[in-house]
Design a protein around this ligand. Structure first.
Ligand SMILES: NC(=O)c1ccc[n+]([C@@H]2O[C@H](COP(=O)([O-])OP(=O)(O)OC[C@H]3O[C@@H](n4cnc5c(N)ncnc54)[C@H](O)[C@@H]3O)[C@@H](O)[C@H]2O)c1
Length: 226
């Protein structure tokens, strides 16, 4: 089976009702990202940051995968599909995709502020006083701006082996995720699905752009690939 690697961003989940980030002028649910998604933000106001991710985690109970997530799962009947997502929701998994690498962490996990190897499944609210087994405060298992992206090497290795690269719903502004596209083999077909794509067809040799949302765009993708 040929390898498909799919890079997804916040736009992938927009049709499930989860707000993107650039579409709201760089605010994430009304917050400056540095306030809620940086180590300094957590240091300055840990309660605000914990509450912010508690709300995002709670929202997952009220949303479901959209047609785009479902269509990507369908690709698994014909290809070896690896999803590399910047999203912290779990909608790819809930649609049944079997290989999902979360570059920026996961809402349904918490980790120690003192020992990043201590990671726990976490379904409910996380509050000050919730401690890891070494008695340090827990924080959301999210890669904040300015932090290392531990999964990036695995993501690069996947992209290097891709026979097709699909990019869905990301403004390609957050590095190192945005640089992944540069690791494809020469002439690898690249498909971009985004109503307001940041790529132009001249940017890569073998690029096809579907200027659509994730649901319609993945229908077009299935028609092209199958
Ligand atoms: N669902 C989530 O987990 C979530 C939501 C918001 C932000 N974030 C975080 O914020 C950062 C944002 O960077 P980003 O590049 O992923 O997102 P972004 O918000 O910067 O860009 C979103 C992109 O999605 C496109 N888009 C909007 N509606 C779409 C649709 N219906 N179908 C397809 N594409 C659509 C936009 O045109 C834009 O290019 C990431 O690091 C991510 O971790 C995550």
């Amino acid at each position: 089976m040929k390898n498909i690697v799919v890079l997804t961003g916040a736009g992938m989940s927009a049709e499930s009702g989860i707000a993107t980030f650039r579409d709201a002028n760089g605010l994430w649910e009304g917050h400056d990202v540095m306030e809620v998604a940086s180590p300094q933000g957590f240091y300055d106001n840990p309660t605000l940051v914990l509450d912010f991710y508690n709300q995002r985690r709670a929202q997952l109970k009220n949303v479901t995968p959209n047609k785009g997530h479902v269509n990507l799962q369908k690709l698994e009947e014909h290809f070896k599909v690896s999803i590399v997502t910047q999203n912290v929701d779990d909608l790819h998994e809930r649609a049944g995709s079997t290989s999902v690498l979360h570059l920026h962490g996961e809402l349904r996990k918490a980790r120690s502020t003192n020992n990043e190897t201590l990671v726990y499944d976490w379904e409910e609210d996380l509050v000050l006083g919730d401690l890891c087994e070494e008695k340090s405060q827990l924080r959301p298992h999210i890669v904040w701006f300015g932090e290392e992206v531990p999964m990036i090497d695995k993501a690069v290795a996947l992209v290097e082996k891709a026979d097709y690269l699909i990019v869905i719903g990301t403004s390609m502004q957050v590095y190192p995720a945005a640089g992944l596209v540069n690791y494809v083999k020469p002439n690898t077909p690249i498909y971009v699905i985004d109503p307001r794509p940041t790529f132009g067809e001249a940017d890569f040799d073998n690029l096809t752009i579907f200027k659509s949302g994730a649901g319609v765009g993945t229908e077009k993708l299935l028609n092209s690939l199958l």
